[in-house]
Design a protein around this ligand. Structure first.
Ligand code: GAR
Length: 205
């Protein structure tokens, strides 16, 4: 068992970060959130962090729009290290992270993706699942590797796709499971129960 010192990267509302903070405050996850970084200056995730007195700041990732690279990546690593972060959580961070961050935190970068990977990587995965005609959709928490949404899977949860679903109703159902899945994955990590063997994450009992 080892307490996790988390750094959270996000771009949007921060409901996943909220679920992690709630689990910590409820005493069900042995972790603290040392720093929250957002690549969007007015992202709600920053307001949520402030409400919980968690250090947070905007990270300017220009000139790139879809990746974290170059001086912004260097700055990100520096800030995370200064804050004493040992585990990086991508909680709705809408950029591709590059080898520099992954090398700074080897096998300690986790992402949440709103689909049952390997189906529907990329953006708006719930819409992709709906348009494809899937009867089941879901969420994946995985270690991040050099690919996009390709790293070893820690936790997955499925939800049904209902007849009258819209992208919004399906995403809301998936998000309910996200808020269970992310704390669950972090709990396994904190408990030292995840052993990565190639593509598979073995969960010790
Ligand atoms: C979540 O649905 C998350 O799975 C998704 O962004 C949303 C963020 O919500 N992430 C991705 O699509 C990453 N490719 P939140 O800001 O409320 O946590």
């Amino acid at each position: 068992m080892s307490k996790l010192h988390l750094g959270v990267l996000g771009s949007g509302s921060g409901s996943n970060m909220q679920s992690i903070v709630d689990a910590i405050e409820a005493g069900t996850l042995d972790a603290d959130v040392r720093l929250v970084l957002a690549d969007v200056a007015d992202a709600k995730i920053l307001d949520r962090a402030k409400r919980h007195n968690i250090p947070c700041r905007y990270l300017d990732c220009a000139p790139w729009k879809t990746k974290l690279e170059g001086p912004a990546e260097d700055r990100c690593i520096e800030l995370l290290r200064e804050a004493g972060v040992d585990t990086v959580v991508l909680a709705g961070f809408m950029r591709i992270v590059k080898p520099g961050l992954l090398a700074a935190f080897p096998m300690r970068v986790l992402n949440i993706h709103p689909a049952l990977l390997p189906a529907f990587p990329g953006v708006h995965s719930w819409t992709q699942a709906l348009d494809y005609g899937c009867k089941v959709a879901g969420v994946t928490v995985h270690f991040v590797d050099a690919g996009t949404d390709t790293g070893p899977i820690i936790v997955q949860k499925a939800v049904p796709v209902l007849e009258d679903d819209t992208p919004e109703t399906l995403h809301a159902r998936i998000q309910e499971q996200e808020h269970i899945a992310f704390p669950e994955a972090l709990r396994l990590l904190a408990a030292g129960r995840c052993r990565v063997e190639g593509r598979r994450v073995r969960i010790a009992r």
